[in-house]
Design a protein around this ligand. Sequence first.
Ligand SMILES: NC(=O)c1ccc[n+]([C@@H]2O[C@H](COP(=O)([O-])OP(=O)(O)OC[C@H]3O[C@@H](n4cnc5c(N)ncnc54)[C@H](O)[C@@H]3O)[C@@H](O)[C@H]2O)c1
Length: 248
Amino acid sequence: MADTKKVTLVTGGSRGIGRSICLTLAKPGDVIAFNHFDPDEKAADETLAMLAEKGVTAEAKKFDVSDPAQVKEYMDHLVSTYGRLDALVNNAGITKDGLLVRMSLEQFEQVIKINLTGAFICLQAAAKIMMRQRSGSIVNMASVVGQIGNAGQANYSASKGGLIALTKTAAKELAGRNVRVNAIAPGFIETEMTAQMPEKAVQAMKNMIPMARAGQPEDIARLTAFLCSDDSDYITGQVVHVNGGMYM
Ligand SMILES: NC(=O)c1ccc[n+]([C@@H]2O[C@H](COP(=O)([O-])OP(=O)(O)OC[C@H]3O[C@@H](n4cnc5c(N)ncnc54)[C@H](O)[C@@H]3O)[C@@H](O)[C@H]2O)c1
């Protein structure tokens, strides 16, 4: 399998960690497909241009990961166009922070809907394809706060904790068909998502990191590439932390 051309779908691939994953996975001849839900196509077009330079077949589509009909339609398109799906990276995610007692039900449900239900919808659709193939790797982008919690992120930490549990259950159900499912739990990574945080909160976060600096998207992308590859073919159901020592 090592030399066959791979077909990969990365959700939320237009920018940040998702973009870095697309670029790191891109080997000449491979197919890299990504989706996004940005208000415009600017970042997605930039990522497509970067992928074109790497000699891959690349495509992007805007759709919401929590819309089952659109997810199914796009996965069907990938299989009918390229014949297979080797890897799915469930990376799309949002935050809507606020203290627990002030958090609206809508604020809570919206984050769960995209980060957890959206990942479930994509995972389920990909699992059906991969089980038929008898091969595949799924990587779910969780977070350190899914294990340790974080004040102001009741919705987000619950979604990521749920994603960790979903990863383990899916790994157990799919292992017999040679489909692996793992989660990555990034710590504090510099992207547009964390750029929205107030400086005081950023400093407080950095103070919790023994390596005393934020991580970069590439730190996550390199591990994702390993978990998608056959080099990790006996690893399933794991949560791998990439956090500069923030949580051990
Ligand atoms: N940056 C960090 O410090 C950090 C830490 C832990 C976990 N994570 C997780 O890593 C992932 C990527 O984070 P990032 O920092 O690159 O974020 P980002 O905000 O820079 O990028 C998010 C991507 O997800 C897409 N997206 C958002 N909602 C979507 C939807 N409904 N349907 C489809 N796509 C959607 C966006 O279009 C974008 O491409 C997220 O799941 C995030 O929770 C990030």
